[in-house]
Design a protein around this ligand. Sequence first.
Ligand code: FES
Ligand code: FES
Length: 908
Amino acid sequence: MNRPFDKLSFTVNGQPAAVANKPGRRLSEVLREDLGLRGTKVGCDAGDCGACTVLLNGAPVCACLTTAARAANCDITTIEGLKPSATTDLQAAFLRHGAAQCGICTPGMLMAAAALLRDNPHPSRAQAEDALSGVLCRCTGYVKIIDAVCDAPPTDQPSLKPQAGQAIGARIERLDGIPKVLGTEVYGADHTTPYALEVRAIRSPHHAAKFIIGNTAAWAAQAPGTTHVFTAADIPGENRFGVIPAYADQPALAETRTRHRGEAIAIVVGDTTSLDMLNFDTFPVDWTPQDAPIDLSTKPTHPIHDSRPDNLLITGHVTCGDPNAALDQSAHIATGHIDTPYIEHAYIEPEAGIAWLDGDTLVIQACTQAPIMDRDDTARVLGLAPQKVRIIPAAAGGGFGSKLDVSLQPLIGLAALKTGKPARMIYTRSESMQSTTKRHPSSMTASIGTDATGKITAMRFDGDFNTGAYASWGPTVAIRVPVHASGPYKTPNYRADARAIHTNGPSSGAFRGFGVPQAAILQETLYDDLALACGQDRLAFRRLNALQDGDRSVCGQELHGVGIDDCLAALEPHWHRALHDAAKFNAANHTLKRGVGVASCWYGCGNTGLPNPSTMRIGISTDGQLCIHQGATDIGQGSNTVITQIAADALGLPVSQFHIIGPDTGLTPDCGKTSASRQTYVTGKAAELAGRALRQTILAKSNMANDARLTLDGTTLRVSDNTATREINLTALPITEHGYVLVAQETYDPPTQGLDANGQGIPYAVYGYGAQIAEVQVDTILGTVKVRHMTAAHDLGRVINPMLAEGQVEGGIAQGLGMALMEEYIPGRTENLHDYLIPTTGDMPTIRSIFIEKPDPEGPYGLKGLGEHVLIPTAPAILNAIRHASGARITRLPALPHRVLAAIKAAQ
Ligand code: FES
Ligand code: FES
C-alpha cells in the first residue's frame, strides 16, 4: 500500500512515469497537472461527462473518478498515446466525418472508441452508440461521431483539397481540426506557467442575501504560503459589466448584496497547495438571506434593482394592422399558453482561463465568444484603457451563447494585476452552472386566427421572460421575440409584446435562438390546432401561409430570398411516408403510439436593427505566406473553415494556402461576437470583400483582367490568363503598415434600420428558414417518448461546407430534443450533469438533412446563417408529434413522463 507522499509509478503512453502520491488525488489531475498531458479533459469531476476517459490497462475509465493510487503500476493510455493501427485510424476518421466540432469531448470519445475497436473493429451503429454512451457531446448530436467510429479503417483516400475557385460548396475537413483529434488544442484550462497562482471564488449559497465580510487576512493566514483575498473593495475600476453597455449592471464581485445563487463575493488567490489547506467553509462572511423569487409565478417583495420598477427590465413590442378586430372576424381562433423552464447550456468545458502581465498590458487567455466585448468589460472593471487589455481567446469547448458574457476574465485579471503574477482559474462544474447564464424561462400566451380557407388573419402574442438577476441579453430577447413570434408565415394583423422581468434566478442570456425557440413552440402548437380546425393537412396548412418573396414581415419589411415554402415542399414526401408509417404501426399497437409533427423556423441573422460590423484582413507577406486575420471566435461551429472558404474563392487562391491568424485582439481586427448566426454571413461578407479587394490590387499591379488566375508559388505570385502570365516578385515589394507586401482590409455592416415604436423597420438584412418533421413513439402507459427520426430541411441560401452544415443541424436537433423532453435547470437542485440531463447517444434519432439553396440578395454568395435556426423547429415538431401520437397537449416543458401521462389523461 502507498503511504502519503510515496512515489506512484505508472506506464503512461508506453513510457515510465512517477509522481508524488497525495491521498485522494484524481488520475485526471495527475495526468494534466503533474505530467502535462492536457489532452485529457475535465468537464465535471464527477463521472458524468466522460471527457476524462483514458484507458487503464486497456479498459476505458473516467480518470476523474480513478484515484492516482489505484492507477499505480498500471498501463495508462491517453489521447497523446493514441496512434493509428493497422486496422483503425480513428483520428483521421473523426476529421473525415466532421466528428469534432468544439473538440472538448473528442479525446474522451476517441479513447472510448479505441477500446471498442480494439475488440470489435467493425462495430454496428448500435454497438458504437452503446460503447460511447458514457461520453457526452453537446455540439454534434453524436451522428458524425458514430459515423466516424463505424468508418475507422485507414483509407488511401486523400483529404479533399479544392482547387482555387472551388472552395465554396466543398465538403472539406475543418481547417482547425487536427489539434482537436490529437488532444493538443489549447482550451482555457490548458495553458499555464510554472508560477501561475490559482484563483478560487467565494460564492453566495443563497438566491439573494445581504452580506458582511469579516477578517479575511486572519482566515488566509491559516495557509502556509502567501494567500490573498480580494473583494469588491479591491476593484480599481467601475465594478459593473454587461454585454449591452446601456444595461450593464453586474458586479464582478458583489458589494453588499447578492442577487442570485453562486454570485461571487470574493476571490482567494495563492498557490494550489496553500489553497488546498484552507477551509473554504469557514470563510469569514455573515449572510442575511432575503426573500428570493426565482420564477415568474412568485411576486418579489423587494426590487432586485432599485432603478427598475416592478423588476421590469424592458418590453419589446411589434404591431401591424388591427389584430383585435381581425381576430374577432376570424373563422377559427386557437388560443394557448405554454411555460418553459431555465435551460442550461451544458457545454462540456467549464469556464477557464489565465491572465498575466506583458509589460503594462494585461493579457487574458480564456474561453469566450466575444473577445472585443471581453476586452472592454474587463478594462472597465479593472480601470484600464481598453488597449491595455489583450484578449487571446482560448479554444472554446462549447459556448452556445453563454460565453458571450464575461465570467472569470475580470477575476483573473484582478488577481494578475494585484499580485503581478500569472493567475489561473478553472470553474468547477457546479460553479459554472450556478453562475453563468441560462435560456430564459418563459410564460407565453397567444391567439391566432384564420379565415374560412385557412389563411392566417391575425395573431396576438404576450410573453413574460424571466431574465434573472442581471440584464445580460434580456433586452435582446425581449426585442427579438416579437419580431419572430409570427413564425415564417404571412400575418397581416399582429401584436406581440415580450417583457424581460428580473427575478433572483441566474441571469438569463443568449442561448441559441435568443427566445425565438420558446415563442416558436407556442406558435407552432397553435398552428396544429388551426389546421385541425380548418380540416387541413398540417403541412399543407403551413405551406398555405408560408411567407413568399415580396411579402412583408410583421415589421413591414419586404422580404426576398424567402425559402420557407421550399423547405416545406422538400419535406412533403417524407411527411406522407411518415404519416403512413405511423398509421400502420398504430393500427397494430394499443399502448405504444407513433406520431408525426412538423414545425418551421425563421431567424434574422445578427443584431436587431443595430450596427453589427465585422472587419477582415487578408495579406501576403514578403516570404509568400498568405494570412487571413480571422477575429471571429470558432466555438465549434466552423467559422475558421467556412470564412476561409469564402475568402479563398473571392481571392482566387486555394484554401490550403491560407494561414489563419487569431482571433486575438492584439492581432485581428474586430469581427464582432459569435452569436445570432452572424459570423458566416457578416464576417463571411467582410472576408468576401477583403478577398475581392486583394484580388483587385493584384490584378491592377499585374495589369490583368478580372478572370485571370492566381498562383502563389513561394515568393512569386503568378497572374495568368489564356494568353499571358505575369509574375510578381513578392520580395521586391515594399512592406505596408500591417507587415505585408500585399494586403486588403474590409468592413461590412449589415444594412438594417432600427425599429420604430410599433416595431416597424428593417431589423435584419438576411433571414434563414427551415422546417423539420419529428417522428416519435409514445408509451401511453409510462408516458415516455422516444424520438425515432427527424427530417430537417433548411434554406442556407448557399451551402459553403455541407459537412459542417450537417453538423450544425444534427447538434441543433440534439439540443432541441433535450429542450422538448428532458432539460430543466432548477437553481440549487440540478447544478451538475447527473441531475441536469442532456441527450446521450441513446437518445438520438436518425436524422436526415436536406439543404435548400435559395440565394439571399445580400448574403455573401447568397448565403444565410444556420446555427440558431436549426434548434428552433425541433421542440415544437416533437411536441406536435407527441400530440399526434397520443392526444397529449404539453403546456409545460420539458415533456417529462408524468406530464405526458397527465396530458394524455386530460385529452381523454
Ligand atoms: S470529468 Fe470525468 S466524467 Fe466528467
Ligand atoms: S464537439 Fe463534442 S462537446 Fe463539442
